[in-house]
Design a protein around this ligand. Sequence first.
Ligand SMILES: Nc1ncnc2c1ncn2[C@@H]1O[C@H](COP(=O)(O)OP(=O)(O)OP(=O)(O)O)[C@@H](O)[C@H]1O
Ligand SMILES: [Mg+2]
Length: 259
Amino acid sequence: MPNTVIEAKNLTKTYGKKSAAFTALKNINLKIYEGESVAIVGKSGSGKSTLMHLLALLDRPTKGEIYVDGKNASNLKNNDLNKLRNERFGFVFQQFFMNANNTVLENVLLPLKIAKISRKERKKQAEAALKIVDLESKMKNKAVDLSGGQKQRVCIARAVVNNPQIIFADEPTGNLDSATGDKITDLLFELNKKQGVTLIVVTHDEDLAKLCNRIVRISDGKIISDQTVRKDYQKQASRKRETEAARVRNANEKKGGKK
Ligand SMILES: Nc1ncnc2c1ncn2[C@@H]1O[C@H](COP(=O)(O)OP(=O)(O)OP(=O)(O)O)[C@@H](O)[C@H]1O
Ligand SMILES: [Mg+2]
């Protein structure tokens, strides 16, 4: 069996209090396995973004727990949550596009700055991430001056710059023309297939959903279906683990050789 990377147990989220209270998620149970690509699909207002925020540890549930790699994240302090998110997760959420007055490069290297990577190294990695999304030429521009599709691509670069284990994407192709949308989609699935990154993507787009190996449908805050379409991701995930193990071995050998 592949590893479970995220598990939601009896998740309930209620917004507001008393007569204004609204329960957006009702007793959700969900396991996400390493290397999967999972589409979360449902009507507007069904609770998709709420679920993403909880799974990504950006918000806390009213009831229930989230486990990351088998560890209960509910008890973590904010500092530890921030660290965990920064090291392991990448986000492609439109509302998280920040620092409009900073340059594109500064925006992309932020996760590395938080992780205290050296100045030189973080510039190198951020440039490489911007190359992937074809935005090297805009590196020094202010983020605010980019087009919508370019901003979306900066979000992707920032999401991948710290080699996350899981990428959360909320409508990554929303508001984009189909060519740019396809490019973003290709990028996300390339990371999933080639690097074994677990992909969790909220989408209205059935074509995008069909590219995922699993489709979870939500209605009124409940999971109404959970379909694993393909299981080939498991091979990819285990291959990725092997390559990762080989990489670590090689690095250790090199270190050993230098001594
Ligand atoms: N901060 C909040 N306070 C009160 N209600 C909220 C809050 N955030 C979301 N809701 C409500 O919770 C429900 C689920 O919202 P959510 O944003 O998760 O929907 P969604 O499935 O992502 O919809 P969309 O496809 O339109 O983005 C909606 O009815 C929404 O109005
Ligand atoms: Mg939403």
